[in-house]
Design a protein around this ligand. Structure first.
Ligand SMILES: [Fe+2]
Length: 335
């Protein structure tokens, strides 16, 4: 994370919990529109989370940054062993992606059943995953936010919900996530640079008194409205912060195309969608085409970024104009 994005952590309060709304889809939709999040306690099967945690443990042991630890003890957090090179850690924990850790977890029956109950339909996962094993930095004792942003503006026209779940305990020292309560106006609060790229939210533009944080434990899960501002918090503990986040479509919303590029020009892209097959949409100046590193691109760079055979997410409107063209991220089919 770029340290220039750090800013002082604001005052925070405990969030609401939404367990009592499970099964009431109208009330859940209203809460997502007004609170801007759902926080559920102790709903994800803990054995399934433990199996996911085991994959994190194995990869961190291979990197020699932790000593071997049993999966149950690790639920309380895993200490850095002081030996391995933290600066050499893979930024996106790519070994977890290579092992399809997310797909395996989401396919676990209790996890899948919970998602179907929550949404009232089969979940459609937008193929964007982040595995996080945020390194401890106990010397940096002042709690800071790592970068205010919204998840929605960099993927416009796609009505998804962000899912964030702890893989081991995440307390105040470890940091975790802070998010704004009730900031659900469909407004892009992010700065936009000269290339049209969304660059994060200036801390001074955000209100006070709305920020939530709590201790998150395995089995808990947070879902956020795509307009809800949020940020990570610096990890001032001696333990790793283990979490995983993903994106699921809001129930009943229009799905983006997800599949392989058939052809791409600066004004048109055709995709072999995994479900509906070939479909072409137009690209115009309103289309947010971007790289996986969040850079907005235009013209020939779009053609270069999306060669035939590459996997993409393409949101589009009712007039078949692409709202967003972007690569998938760490969640491709298991072959
Ligand atoms: Fe985010």
């Amino acid at each position: 994370m770029n340290s220039s994005r750090l800013s002082a952590a604001p005052r925070m309060h405990e969030p609401k919990t939404h367990n009592h709304l499970l099964g009431d889809h109208d009330a859940l939709a209203k809460a997502m529109d007004t609170d801007g999040y759902w926080l559920f306690r102790d709903v994800f099967d803990k054995d399934a989370v433990a199996r996911l945690r085991k994959v994190y443990i194995e990869e961190l042991v291979k990197l020699d940054v932790i000593d071997p630890i049993d999966v149950d003890s690790a639920a309380k957090g895993i200490r850095y062993n002081g030996r391995g090179d933290l600066k050499a850690m893979p930024i996106h924990m790519e070994p977890l992606c290579d092992r399809h850790a997310a797909q395996t977890f989401l396919a676990e029956k209790p996890i899948h059943d919970f998602m179907v109950k929550l949404l009232g339909e089969e979940p459609f996962w937008k193929p964007v995953v982040e595995y996080r094993a945020t390194v401890p930095n106990p010397d940096d004792g002042i709690k800071q936010v790592t970068g205010w942003h919204q998840d929605g503006p960099p993927t416009p026209g796609v009505d998804f919900i962000t899912m964030w779940t702890p893989v081991a305990d995440i307390d105040w020292d470890i940091g975790g996530i802070t998010f704004g309560e009730g900031l659900t106006d469909p407004v892009n609060r992010m700065r936009i640079d000269e290339t049209g790229t969304n660059k994060g939210i200036a801390a001074e533009t955000l209100p006070e008194g709305v920020w939530c944080h709590t201790t998150y434990r395995p089995g808990d899960v947070l879902f956020m409205n795509r307009w809800t501002p949020h940020s990570g918090l610096t990890n001032t503990s001696d333990r790793f912060r283990l979490s995983f986040d993903h994106r699921v479509m809001r129930p009943g919303s229009m799905r983006p195309l997800v599949g392989e590029v058939i052809s791409c020009t600066p004004t048109r892209i055709e995709v072999k969608d995994d479900v509906i097959g070939a479909k072409a949409v137009r690209i115009d100046t309103s289309t947010y085409a971007r790289t996986t590193l969040h850079q907005r691109i235009w013209g020939q760079k779009i053609v270069d970024e999306f060669p035939a055979g590459s996997r993409v997410i393409v949101g589009y409107d009712k007039g078949d104009v692409a709202t967003v063209v972007r690569p998938t991220h760490q969640f491709d089919p298991v072959v």
